[in-house]
Unconditional design. Structure first.
Length: 232
């Protein structure tokens, strides 16, 4: 389970959030552009430090301001897929997937085994030697997702993973994400601005406005006016 409670002063507002994500559950994090969605993921990942608060994952403290605790990014065991997929264009699909495993110095046989498993799961086997820069948007997103879950993360976070995909690729990524989260029984956060995405992939939804919680509940119960930030 992910437990997060933190504040962070930004240029235009101060973030003040408290929420949980259970194992095997997908939280759809929603809000207008600039509402603090990506900042929330970056704080959890350790790319940014909160001004105050505490973040715990499966009982392990990732960050606690009062005690000066700030676990290193590589030790948090978080799979993070950025909005633009962030694949390495000069590397093959195979090497992209293996990147995080090599960084963690896993034995070569284990790396090979996991890469093969991920390529099979993501239907990327025919693209193993193709440079990532030559892939379609959907193929890049599946490669990035494969790289994120290859490390067997304790938490999976996806930032606007469907924004650049066609309908077919969107459905495939959603199906794979739900399957992975349920099978691995890990918490997952998916940032999206579309109600349809929230309904189709989210077990729970949270709408934030200027860094503060505007609404939280089951996606199907979301009020129609909740997807538009009313703060400005």
């Amino acid at each position: 389970m992910l437990e997060a409670e933190f504040t962070k002063k930004l240029r235009d507002f101060t973030m003040d959030l408290s929420f949980q994500v259970r194992d095997g559950e997908i939280l759809a994090l929603m809000g207008n552009n600039g509402s603090g969605k990506s900042t929330t993921l970056n704080i959890i990942a350790g790319l940014m430090e909160p001004d105050a608060g505490c973040i715990r994952l499966n009982g392990t403290t990732l960050c606690e301001s009062a005690r000066g605790t700030h676990m290193a990014i590589e030790d948090r065991w978080i799979g993070y897929v950025f909005q633009n997929a962030a694949v390495f264009p000069h590397l093959s699909v195979r090497d992209n997937i293996a990147y995080g495993l090599r960084a963690r110095k896993l034995p070569r046989p284990e790396i090979v085994k996991r890469v093969v498993q991920m390529m099979e799961l993501m239907h990327l086997g025919d693209l193993a030697t193709v440079k990532a820069g030559n892939l379609s948007g959907g193929q890049k997103q599946r490669t990035a997702l494969a790289r994120a879950i290859a490390i067997r993360p304790a938490l999976l976070m996806l930032d606007e993973p469907f924004s650049s995909l066609d309908v077919e690729s969107t459905l495939a990524v959603k199906e794979l994400t739900r399957k992975i989260v349920k099978e691995m029984q890990i918490p997952c956060i998916v940032v999206t601005h579309r109600v349809a995405d929230s309904n189709e992939i989210g077990d729970w939804a949270m709408v934030i406005c200027s860094g503060k919680k505007e609404w939280e509940g089951r996606p199907r119960d979301m009020p129609e006016d909740c997807t538009v930030c009313r703060c400005h």
